[in-house]
Design a protein around this ligand. Structure first.
Ligand SMILES: [Fe+2]
Ligand SMILES: [Fe+2]
Length: 308
């Protein structure tokens, strides 16, 4: 993937308190491609507003509660998760304000992110394809969240970027199913990475499409950059740590059966990411048990609606 022509390094304070510089995904061809999708997933307004609030030093619980109560479907999901998963067996919470107080902002953020991402990825049609994507995305999100802590990145940002890193594939198959199925088949036959075949057939790949969409939605720049670079580390400064985490989480999910149960002999292509994180394969494998545990805990958030 040739990443740089569509991304230009720009100082941008919209990353919030982190003060990160960012890159901007600007490609009129991709914009036009996204425009032709009949039913784009809805913009994650609640998630973005919550992320802005979470960045503030004095987070006001009242503001968070007010935001959530505007959306009945999120209200129902938060109460359900709080009563049936996080505090099952305890006195049930009656309203959002009690739920937010009990859950804390980090868990609340995860519930909102998972609900939004599942709606964006599990689009009607292409069922087995998007379900596979969702399982993979959930594994990458969990692995990225675990990797973030020792490597001093935000676990919530890593979790969010992990859940959304393949969103471009959903847009591509929705926009042009026949060509995308051809890309998948060609990749399989010639054993080439899908992003290489996408680039040949479409002129761009799913990482570029996903980043363009997330930028339209105004997600924080580090998330946009991580999605753009999840197959290509070069040019990812100044977000290279987060990018390396998502890159590594992606490779790990692919080589451990999405459950972190299989310990592979090697992690093909991950040397650059491990170098950037100044870690080793042994240390990364040492985190697999924590990833298995985190995946179990996240199951209620990440299973498809109606799934087990
Ligand atoms: Fe990908
Ligand atoms: Fe992936």
């Amino acid at each position: 993937m040739t990443a740089t022509p569509t991304m230009t390094g720009q100082p941008d304070n919209s990353a919030g308190a982190s003060g990160n510089k960012t890159s901007r995904a600007t490609n009129p061809k991709i914009d036009k491609f996204i425009d032709q999708v009949d039913q784009l997933p809805p913009s994650p307004r609640l998630l973005i507003k919550l992320m802005e609030l979470f960045e503030q030093p004095d987070q006001e619980i009242g503001e968070v509660v007010q935001l959530i109560t505007y959306d009945p479907s999120y209200t129902a999901e938060i109460l359900k998760q709080c009563n049936s998963v996080y505090f099952a067996g305890a006195e049930p919470v009656q309203d959002v304000s009690e739920a937010v107080a009990r859950l804390g902002f980090a868990e609340l953020h995860k519930i909102v992110t998972a609900r939004f991402a599942s709606q964006a990825i599990l689009r009607p049609g292409h069922n087995s394809f998007v379900e596979g994507l969702w399982t993979h995305s959930a594994a990458v999100a969990v692995a990225a969240g675990v990797l973030a802590e020792p490597f001093e990145a935000s676990a919530l940002t890593a979790f969010t970027a992990g859940l959304l890193h393949e969103i471009g594939k959903v847009i591509m198959i929705t926009a042009d199913e026949a060509s995308y199925v051809q890309a998948v088949q060609t990749s399989g036959i010639f054993k080439r990475p899908i992003y290489v075949t996408e680039k040949e057939l479409f002129g761009f790949d799913h990482a570029e499409v996903g980043a363009c969409l997330l930028q339209r939605w105004k997600l924080p720049p580090p998330i946009v950059v991580s999605v753009f670079h999840h197959h290509q580390l070069a040019g990812s400064e100044p977000c290279e740590r987060l990018v390396a985490i998502i890159f590594l989480a992606n490779v790990l999910a692919h080589h451990t059966g999405e459950t972190f149960a299989t310990v592979p002999k090697t992690l093909p292509g991950a040397a650059g990411a491990m170098d950037r994180l100044q870690t080793t394969q042994e240390k990364v494998f040492g985190m697999l048990p924590a990833m298995r545990e985190a995946l179990k805990k996240a199951r209620a958030l990440t299973r498809p609606p109606g799934g087990v």
